[in-house]
Design a protein around this ligand. Structure first.
Ligand SMILES: Cc1cc2nc3c(=O)[nH]c(=O)nc-3n(C[C@H](O)[C@H](O)[C@H](O)COP(=O)(O)O)c2cc1C
Ligand code: SF4
Length: 644
């Protein structure tokens, strides 16, 4: 018995029995090759099923060649049948239920890989700079409807138990529903009834074709979060209509649509807190008296899941990124080992990789997508030895963990008063507190493995040589220094601001472009300062992954932060002169109280050469090699830890 009785109670979804009420919602992995599934998918999903998920909804099969989009995505191609069948056998074999999503992405299909036009209800593009789509003719709509039916047959043939049709997230059918993306003049545009006509035709065709063999469900957005788009009231009406007129097996409620910044919210990052859209979801769920409602969006831990289920309005909740980070989260909780769950901190590197057309990975769990190559238990080293890790930041702790699991005698020396490295500063930022869950998890694991972590312990060459380890890992991070700004004087660092040291008018010289800049600006603005974020880059926050960048920029603008791109600032006493090449304008900011210089830090690798010269085996990882993001630091740390 766990503390989560609702999570661990079974539930029936359209006639399919789920062993518990946590599911993994559809998420594109980019593990495909030539738009076909691979063994990588099989291993990935098998592990999440083995880890205890009640239901896995696999990533969308793109129903039509005009919706292929991302290079690693999947097509509803008959050639996919053998591997899809392997996926269903793997998942069912581990006791989880398995459904597949099918979709057409419509106007935001990024068909650049095939030089094909995207199709949409009208020719409105999804974002500035996006491709102008081809407005679908009635004949093309029939083609795509029939493609949905063929895709559903493929899903049934592969042994899936259910199929999910996407009415949300701004995919094609949502584009028809939304008044913001559909201004057709025929029977498929105009009134809400007309705008729903095509999605319902597709749904009815799929229900007719496979409704006796498969659970047919719908994914929808409670609210599109777009001015003039499908709002929450419309979401309620759609849910009511589906519940009362269509024999669907479930309604999976999410939110947002493919426009900027809306779509960033469907994967709310840590800045938005836990379950930020639960209220909207419940509002829609109340419309369903017959249909089981599934919900997603940052049920970040089992307490969130239990709380959502306790409303009595939800049949199951998604913990999707939580499963990307730890496939075994439910098994661990069921075994009374909740403290061992590797938490998802909602940093969104995973979906950032998808946006970059790269295979998905996870900052917390670099094994993600490599399940077949890298077993969860890293195996034992043929030559166990003494490993000294210098630096108790996340990278140092991750390598130390794996090295200890491989049987080495490991110790960590940390210069600060507690482990965590940059996380100890980063977690101070407004909305960045969940970063500390990464520190806490790794620190706890090291304690379990009896790895001593000596804090307040600077390492010198002499100290390390005196220790005489078989291998030294330098995870010493990077040095952030304050500098003199011409015309102003000594600038503040990010750490100064995050410790609360700033005044009324803050100019941030952003040569970072990542989360540090976002966090400094947001923290100072929420603290009441007027903030100018000045970057030479053409985009604000270019180093923040795409989906989180959208919402970070939205928040900063909402807080009145002035975002200056392609810009530079000079200072005379307490006056800043900001020049932006983009707007060909110069602005004067009087009464500046603080200038923050976010210069790239310098890799702190001073020990590397002398220790190597002294004959030690030295490995350098993370920012000590070159300052980058947590994703690179954790990945390097993980790869090294497995190889020691
Ligand atoms: C890497 C990634 C890819 C995703 N791709 C899809 C997708 O193809 N279709 C979809 O409906 N949702 C997609 N989503 C959204 C998830 O299904 C889910 O709604 C979202 O992650 C919020 O749930 P969570 O907080 O439990 O992660 C994706 C999410 C992630 C993280
Ligand atoms: S990359 Fe970040 S958001 Fe994505 S699953 Fe991993 S920890 Fe969660």
């Amino acid at each position: 018995m766990t503390g989560y009785p609702r999570v661990f109670s079974p539930v029936d979804i359209g006639g399919v029995a789920l062993r518990n009420r946590v599911f993994v919602s559809a998420h594109t992995t980019n593990f495909g090759v030539d738009f076909l599934p691979t063994e990588r998918h099989v291993a990935y999903h098998r592990e999440r099923a083995r880890g205890g998920a009640g239901l896995i909804i696999t990533e969308p099969l793109r129903v039509h060649p005009t919706s292929l989009g991302r290079a690693g995505g999947l097509a509803a191609d008959p050639a996919a049948l053998p591997m899809l069948t392997k996926i269903t056998e793997a998942v069912l074999g581990e006791g989880a239920a398995v459904f597949s999503q099918i979709t057409h992405a419509g106007r935001h299909s990024e068909n650049v890989f095939r030089r094909a036009a995207a199709w949409g209800p009208t020719s409105h593009r999804w974002a500035a700079g996006g491709h102008v789509p081809h407005a679908m003719s009635r004949r093309e709509m029939v083609q795509v409807r029939d493609a949905y039916v063929r895709a559903a047959h493929l899903v049934a043939a592969a042994g899936f138990q259910g199929v999910e049709i996407h009415f949300g997230h701004g995919h094609l059918l949502h584009q028809f529903i939304s008044p913001a993306s559909n201004d057709r003049a025929d029977a498929y545009g105009g009134s809400e009834e007309n705008r729903l006509r095509y999605p319902l035709e597709v749904l009815d065709a799929v229900l007719d074709a496979v409704g006796h063999d498969l659970v047919v469900g719908v994914r929808m957005s409670a609210d599109e979060l777009v001015a003039g788009g499908q709002d929450l009231d419309a979401g309620r009406r759609i849910a009511h209509l589906l519940d009362t007129t269509r024999p669907i097996g479930f309604l999976n409620v999410s939110l947002a649509s493919y426009t900027v910044p809306s779509i960033g919210h469907h994967v709310a990052d840590m800045s938005e807190g836990h379950t930020p859209y639960l209220e909207q979801t419940l509002t829609v769920a109340k419309e369903c008296t017959r249909t089981p409602v599934l919900a997603a969006c940052r049920f970040a831990d089992l307490a969130d899941a239990e709380r959502g289920l306790a409303t009595g309005l939800l049949a199951a909740v998604a913990m999707t990124r939580a499963h990307i980070a730890d496939p075994f989260l439910l098994a661990k909780a069921a075994a009374g080992e909740e403290h061992r769950i590797r938490p998802c901190v909602s940093c969104n590197f995973c979906i950032g990789e998808i946006a970059g057309h790269r295979p998905m990975t996870c900052m917390m769990n670099p094994r993600t997508g490599r399940e077949a190559e890298w077993p969860e238990q890293p195996g034992t080293s043929p030559e166990p030895g003494r490993v000294l890790v210098v630096g108790g930041g996340p990278a140092g702790m991750e390598t130390a963990r794996l090295a200890a699991e491989r049987g080495h005698s490991v110790q960590v020396w940390e210069i600060g008063p507690e482990p965590g490295g940059q996380l100890r500063i980063g977690r101070r930022g407004v909305g960045r507190g969940d970063l500390d869950r990464l520190r806490a998890h790794l620190q706890h694991r090291l304690a379990e493995l009896a790895v001593p972590v000596r804090t307040s312990t600077p390492a010198t060459v002499a100290d390390v040589l005196a220790e005489g380890p078989d291998a030294v890992v330098l995870a010493t991070g990077a040095r952030h220094t304050a500098r003199e700004v011409p015309g102003w004087g000594p600038a503040l660092t990010a750490a100064d601001v995050l410790r609360g040291r700033y005044g009324r008018t803050v100019v941030v010289l952003d040569d970072d472009g990542g989360w540090t800049a976002a966090s400094v600006a947001e923290t100072a603005a929420r603290g009441g300062a007027t903030v100018h974020l000045v970057t030479a880059a053409g985009t604000a926050l270019p180093g923040v992954t795409e989906y989180s960048r959208m919402t970070a920029v939205e928040r900063l603008r909402g807080l009145g932060v002035q975002l200056w791109t392609t810009a530079d600032a000079t200072f005379t006493r307490d006056t800043a002169t900001i020049t932006s090449a983009l707007v060909d304008a110069t602005t004067t900011v009087p009464d500046v109280t603080d200038v923050v210089a976010l210069d790239p830090p310098a890799a702190r690798d001073d020990l590397a050469a002398p220790l190597a010269d002294a004959g030690l085996t030295v490995h350098v990882i993370g920012d000590a090699v070159a300052p980058r993001t947590l994703l690179e630091a954790m990945t390097e740390a993980h790869v090294l830890g497995r190889s020691l």
